[in-house]
Design a protein around this ligand. Structure first.
Ligand SMILES: [Zn+2]
Ligand SMILES: [Zn+2]
Length: 294
């Protein structure tokens, strides 16, 4: 990569490349995201909802109307041995068979996991697969999961509300719980690369998410397969982890990105609190399959 010099300090201006909207677990619409990015004087913003491209069309419309440049992205949940990993995929072709197959396989595995959880719960509680499916109101775009199981338990009169169900039978600590299946980091890197996208490991130094972090060797094993960068400027990465990630990025000429992980009112993270510099964004656009949206 000719002449790329990763910033060694958090950029003070640029783009926020990590934002969630109502299309995953954020509380604001894509149009509100664009408006807030403008208010805060950002150079541009990326939409990166979890495991979906469903918000892209709304974000494109708002970005165009409000004159705010947009990168299109997705935060994909993956696993690497026993580590749960989030990967930010940017500017890939959403119609690519490689990416549609990856998402379809994940949806299928998650549906099967929910069926198995319901079967376990049905041994002790008055719910069935049909009574869980009756709780799905979002239509085909949603993944049937624990919220719907909780709602079925509420409908059956077992709990007063969803939170009570999540605190008990539906909790990740209950004996009925089955972890959510995810593709491997290697599968994600390959699929995003084949779809012409740019793929970055999100908040790899955040120790609150896992009992252990990805090792240098685990990160390096993804570079040959097409890993493009590391998200260094993120509130979850403490200073010593930022140093470690920067060293890996510099040794392997990886892109260094930053983002707020904004969730609207869903988390304290402020839009634009961490940024990616203009040169890095330009390189993401050059590598990606999609044009910069404006
Ligand atoms: Zn994440
Ligand atoms: Zn996120």
């Amino acid at each position: 990569m000719t002449g790329y010099v990763a910033p060694t300090e958090p950029p003070t201006r640029g783009w926020d490349l990590h934002c969630h909207t109502v299309f995953s677990d954020g509380t604001k619409t894509p149009a509100q995201m664009i408006a807030e990015a403008r208010e805060r004087g950002l150079d541009g913003v990326a939409i990166t909802d979890h495991d979906t491209t469903a918000g892209w069309a709304d974000a494109q419309e708002a970005a165009h109307a409000q004159g705010m440049p947009l990168l299109r992205g997705t935060e994909i949940t993956a696993c690497d041995e026993d580590v749960s990993v989030h990967m930010l995929a940017y500017q890939y072709d959403p119609r690519s068979v490689h990416i549609t197959r990856l998402f379809a396989a994940t949806r299928e595995a998650r549906l099967h996991r929910t069926e198995r959880m319901v079967a376990r719960l049905a041994e002790d509680y008055p719910i069935t697969w049909d009574s869980v499916m009756e709780q799905v109101r979002e239509g085909g775009r949603t993944t049937v999961g624990r919220p719907h199981i909780a709602d079925a338990l509420v409908a059956a009169g077992v709990y007063a509300n969803r939170s009570e169900a999540f605190a008990d039978a539906v909790s990740a600590d209950s004996k009925y719980y089955i972890p959510t299946p995810s593709p491997t980091t290697h599968e994600v890197v390959r699929a995003v690369s084949e779809a012409g996208g740019v793929v970055v490991i999100a908040h790899a130094g955040d120790m609150s998410r896992n009992p252990r972090l990805l090792s240098d060797a685990q990160i390096e094993s993804l570079i040959d397969e097409g890993l493009d960068g590391l998200e260094v400027w993120h509130r979850g990465n403490p200073p010593e982890q930022r140093e470690r990630l920067l060293a890996i990025a510099n040794a392997h000429r990886l892109l260094v990105t930053g983002g707020s992980d904004w969730h609207g009112a869903g988390k304290p993270n402020l839009l634009g609190e961490n940024l990616t510099d203009e040169d890095t964004v330009r390189r993401i656009v050059e590598r990606g399959a999609l044009p910069l949206w404006r």
